[in-house]
Design a protein around this ligand. Structure first.
Ligand code: FNR
Length: 374
């Protein structure tokens, strides 16, 4: 029982003016368990809360009078054109938020010339999503980068199958997520929502099954967890750019690059894995210093406003990703919601660039920032 769930809107209410508004509204459009699953952080939620505090304690120095006549947000990353420095982070099972799920998200991303990373655990197949993106891009004459997020499967044969499917479907990079293999989770998927890409493949045992037996180390889960050897193996399997997601230390970033990673996503998985983990924002500067300048650093976890994008870039990110906000917007108004959410974020980011006198992404530097400790 509980509160009835409101159907998605077909128009955006005029008062929706930022991502927090979408989060507030989304609660009425999501089933209570789905909402709790989406919003949750690991254990006590320390890292979840800290992700926001890390952004909020940084202050920006305004810089009026700069010449903004040629200002823009474009850049190239991994040889791909980015209209602005934001991507939709991989978020599993988007049919939890809307019947059109990842198809709607992909169309919205293309419409807003924004990158999208499709999860291994998508609720439509990676081929269906690529097709939706491709068709939307053709119809609209606009597009953005489309990447595939890879979770290592219990066998290399099945991991390789996913890689080949992503290549064939036209994905332009692989994002290998390393931080969530061993994670507490006990959310039962409602009927009609499944891991569409993994039909017919052996299932991964859940940490929750093992935790109930009070065992973890030495089980099949720890035995199949990704290792540095798997990175070496992966690198040899594909020509696609390989991006390692879930790095939080300078040493791990440097090692990943030495073993062939083309880029890094500095992330704590939105505070959903190790509670007490550092926030990406506070480790960006040492990680930036530890990897060669031509290696892009992406970051996510806690980005909710255009000024957050500016702060992350000033601290060394090349681009940022948002996770939960795409599910909020999807639940509220499907494709239209996601497109509008991206529009709001981009407008806020451009405003922040203008108010801090930044003509381009390369101009966004640490001297814009000051840190205020409570
Ligand atoms: C995720 N995330 C995630 N990451 C990934 O690599 N593969 C996945 O399938 C998922 N699935 C997923 C589901 C849900 C419900 C959430 C909230 C997150 C993590 C995601 O890519 C990203 O790292 C975080 O969401 C970023 O934090 P914010 O923006 O949600 O604060």
């Amino acid at each position: 029982a509980g509160q009835p769930v409101k159907p998605a809107l077909t128009q955006i209410p005029p008062h929706v003016s930022n991502l927090a508004d979408y989060a507030t509204l989304a609660r009425e459009h999501l089933e209570a368990h789905a909402w709790a699953h989406l919003e949750s952080g690991a254990d006590q939620g320390l890292t979840l809360a800290h992700n926001r505090k890390a952004f909020d304690q940084i202050r920006l120095r305004p810089e009026p009078l700069a010449d903004l006549s040629q200002a823009h947000t474009r850049q190239n990353l991994l040889g791909q054109p980015f209209e602005w420095p934001l991507l939709l982070a991989p978020v599993a099972y988007q049919r939890l938020a809307h019947a059109d799920g990842e198809l709607a998200t992909a169309r919205a991303a293309m419409a807003m010339r924004t990158g999208m990373v499709v999860s291994t655990l998508s609720s439509y197949t990676l081929e269906e999503i690529a097709q939706a993106a491709h068709t939307a891009a053709q119809e609209l004459g606009r597009s953005g980068p489309l990447w595939f997020q890879l979770y290592q499967q219990p066998s290399r044969e099945h991991t390789l199958k996913l890689i080949r499917r992503a290549e064939t479907a036209g994905y332009q990079a692989l994002v290998w997520t390393i931080d969530a293999h061993i994670k507490r989770s006990s959310y039962p998927l409602p009927p009609g929502v499944e891991a569409a890409n993994l039909r017919g493949m052996p299932e991964q045992r859940q940490t929750s099954d093992l935790m109930s037996e009070h065992i973890l180390l030495g089980t099949d889960l720890t035995q199949s967890a990704p290792t540095w050897d798997d990175l070496v193996w992966l690198r040899a399997q594909t020509q696609l750019p390989l991006i390692v997601k879930g790095v939080l230390s300078a040493s791990a970033a440097a090692k990943a690059v030495a073993l062939g990673a083309d880029a890094i996503v500095v992330s704590n998985h939105g505070g959903r894995v190790l509670d007490g983990a550092v926030s990406p924002l506070e480790v960006l500067p040492p990680i930036r210093a530890a990897v060669p300048a031509h290696i892009p650093l992406l970051m996510d976890s806690g980005v909710r406003h255009g000024t957050d994008v500016l702060k992350a870039i000033a601290l060394g990110a090349s681009a940022v990703m948002v996770g939960r906000p795409q599910m909020h917007a999807l639940a509220v108004a499907g494709m239209l919601g996601v497109a509008h959410m991206l529009y709001l974020l981009r407008a806020e980011f451009e405003l922040a660039m203008a108010q801090t006198g930044c003509q381009s992404i390369e101009n966004i530097e640490k001297n814009l920032l000051t840190t205020y400790q409570m």
